[in-house]
Ligand binder design. Sequence first.
Ligand code: ATP
Ligand code: MG
Length: 238
Amino acid sequence: MNDAYAVDVEEVFKSFGSFKALNGVTLRVRKGEIYGLLGPNGAGKTTLIRLICGLVEAHGGTVTVLGRRMPDIAVLRHIGYMTQQAALYPALSVEENVRFFAAINGAEDGVREALGLVQLWERRGSVVSTLSGGMRQRCSLACALVHRPELLLLDEPTVGIDPQLRVQFWDYFRRMAADGTTLVVSSHVMDEADRCQRLGLIQYGRLLAEGSPADIRAQGGSQNLEEAFLALAGRRES
Ligand SMILES: Nc1ncnc2c1ncn2[C@@H]1O[C@H](COP(=O)(O)OP(=O)(O)OP(=O)(O)O)[C@@H](O)[C@H]1O
Ligand SMILES: [Mg+2]
C-alpha cells in the first residue's frame, strides 16, 4: 500500500446474518487528513469505523491501517477510538478513567493535557456517573486521545456538546491534523462536514460519493451541503 495512506479500505464486505451492513466499500485516508463519514442512520458508518480499528473482521476485502493489515493488536496503541456511546467506567472519577486509558498505552504524562483540552481539569475528581451527558462525551474524547494516537477515529464526537466547545474541539482536531494525526470523523452535522478535508457519503453500506466539501456540492448540484447530500442520496435510490 501507498505509505501516504493511514487507512486503506479495499472492497470491504460485512454482513450480520443475511443483512449486508457494508457492501463493497473502498476508501483511503491520507496521513494528516480529516476525513468525514456522512450517511443516514444505519448506513454503516459505525461498522466501518469498527472495521478500521479491527474490532470486527470483514467478510471480504482488506483493511490496512498505518501499513498493517487489520485486525492487528500491535496497531491498537496507535489508534484512538471514541465510540458513539461513551464507554467509560461510571464508578470511577474523570481522572481515573483517563488515567486508565493512558496507562494501557504507557502515556500517563498526557493526562493533564487531555483533561485540559476537554475542559475537565477542574472536574477531574468527579465520579463519571454524576456528570452531564456533554461532560461524559468530553471525558470520552480525553480517553481516546490521551496517548496521542496517529489515527483518531471519532464516531459522532460532538453529539451533546455545546456550540462553543464544539468549535474548540474542531480547532483542536485541525491542529492535530496539522501535526500529522489522521482523523476519521462520523457526523450528521453539516457544518462539521464542511470542516473536513474530504467526505465520504455512505448509504446502504456503499460509498455513494466522495470528495472535498466543494466536490460534494458540485456533484450534488447545490451550494448547500445538506441539499447536495440529499440529492446524491436520492439519486442513488432511484
Ligand atoms: N452487531 C450487529 N448485529 C446485527 N446488526 C448490526 C450489528 N451492528 C450493526 N448492525 C446493523 O448494520 C447496519 C449499520 O449499522 P451502523 O451502526 O454501522 O450504522 P451507522 O451508519 O453508524 O448509523 P447511525 O447514524 O445510526 O449511528 C444497521 O442496520 C445495524 O442494525
Ligand atoms: Mg453509528
